[in-house]
Design a protein around this ligand. Structure first.
Ligand code: NAP
Ligand code: F7E
Length: 349
């Protein structure tokens, strides 16, 4: 039975990847952080599965990583653990560098010292392109990160490539563009919108949804498909870096308008700058307002990826388009909101 070790197993991607690997017959080892409360919601349904083993650990702790690699001897290591929020990285830049940059070095070092036969996947990101130097972005596009997160991930990218070139480690960077799902953290823009709109419709959230820059453009895909691509990279005949993207880009405004249709709202935009509002045309209700708190010190305005290398060499391509993604997320969050409403009503009765 093949063994995999996943850092970040409790995250969006970690949970999908665990399901994929279990279905393929792997023994999956995951590193979880000690928290004051349960942080395993996304993998709760897999608890008790004989193929899943969890270990306490942290990307800031070399001794822990060395011990895990030397005892587990995993065939594949997926380094998904990270402080993954771009806006938060401006508030905790040193911590972000410790985990996202140095953490990558720590686990690579543990692999090379204790089990260099392992194949290594690094969760690289379209945030490396930041102030884009080429449209669309592909593997050869120069990087220009725009946040402490992007800069830390730049180190992660290069140190992974350096271990491949220096020590012959089978190490790949997956340069993944934004990927979302019903498991996406609720402070990322897509999920904030799908949860926010669902809760406004059900009367759980009384006030409007406060948003930042509506004009940024993102290439959004479905997380589950992107996790399949991670596995495909490690089965490839040679260790290489791959862009994973849909090749289509939309503004945050587009995402809001399309999600709002689920609530039977047609959003029209009135006003400008921080005074802009998204209003339901029929009822005149204000659904969206701008709060400058969500603006970033430096913004990534446009991302759109060219995943033709992944299609040619891995046979991977995105199948779920934006409307299908919104369908998955809105269905899930509308159901959640209606449960919450029922609980609220029974609490009040
Ligand atoms: P996520 O939902 O935020 O999950 C991050 C995971 O990292 C969680 O399991 C978290 O644990 C763990 N983690 C945080 N700090 C850690 C530390 N110090 N030591 C060990 N683990 C730590 O992120 P995601 O969306 O699944 O993304 C997975 C990876 O892909 C990340 O590296 C992210 O930067 C990268 N990425 C994401 C996207 C995207 O669009 N989703 C695109 C490109 C690249 P807790 O649950 O305990 O917090
Ligand atoms: O922001 C704008 C915001 O936080 C997307 C991470 O997974 O993908 C993610 O990073 C855009 C930005 O994702 C709000 O300014 C407007 O332009 O959903 P996000 P991100 O920054 O693109 C990359 C690929 C990663 O690697 C990261 O780990 O939306 N925006 N209003 C907002 N963003 C948030 N979060 N909240 C708002 O209210």
């Amino acid at each position: 039975m093949k063994k995999a070790l996943i850092t970040g197993i409790t995250g969006q991607d970690g949970s999908f990847l665990t399901e994929i690997l279990i279905a393929k017959g792997y023994e999956v080892h995951g590193i979880i952080r000690r928290a004051s409360n349960f942080n395993t919601d996304r993998i709760e349904h897999l608890m008790g599965n004989k193929q899943l083993r969890l270990h306490h650990g942290d990307l800031s702790d070399s001794a822990n990583l060395n011990k895990l690699i030397s005892t587990i001897k995993p065939d594949e290591v997926y380094n998904l653990g990270a402080q993954s929020h771009v806006a938060v990285s401006f508030e905790v830049p040193e911590y972000t560098a410790q985990v996202d940059a140095m953490g990558t070095l720590r686990i690579l070092d543990a692999v090379i010292n204790h089990y260099p036969e392992a194949r290594f996947y690094q969760a690289s990101t379209s945030e490396l392109y930041g102030l884009v130097q080429e449209i669309p972005q592909k593997e050869t596009t120069p990087f220009y990160p725009r946040s402490p997160y992007g800069v830390a991930k730049l180190y992660g990218f290069w140190i992974t490539k350096n271990f491949r070139e220096s020590y012959g480690l089978f190490a790949c960077n997956g340069i993944l563009f934004n990927h979302e799902s019903e498991r996406r953290g609720k402070t990322f823009v897509t999920r904030k919108v799908t949860v926010g709109l669902s809760e406004i419709l059900h009367g759980i959230k009384k006030e409007s949804l406060k948003m930042g820059n509506l004009d940024a453009k993102r290439d959004w895909g479905y997380a589950k498909e992107y996790c399949e691509a991670m596995w495909m990279m490690l089965q490839h005949s040679s260790a290489e870096d791959f862009v994973i993207a849909t090749g289509r880009t939309y503004t945050i405004r587009d995402f809001i308008e399309r999600s709002a249709r689920y609530c039977d709202w047609e959003i029209v935009w009135e006003g400008e700058g921080v005074n802009e509002k998204g209003i339901d045309k029929k009822s005149g209700r204000v659904i969206i307002e701008i709060d400058p708190r969500y603006f970033r010190p430096a913004e990534v305005e446009l991302l759109v990826g060219d995943a033709s290398k992944a299609k040619k060499e891995l046979g991977w391509e995105a199948k779920i388009d934006l409307d299908e993604l919104i369908d998955i997320m809105m269905k899930h969050d509308m159901k959640d909101a209606s449960y919450k409403k029922v609980l609220q009503l029974s609490d009040n009765s």
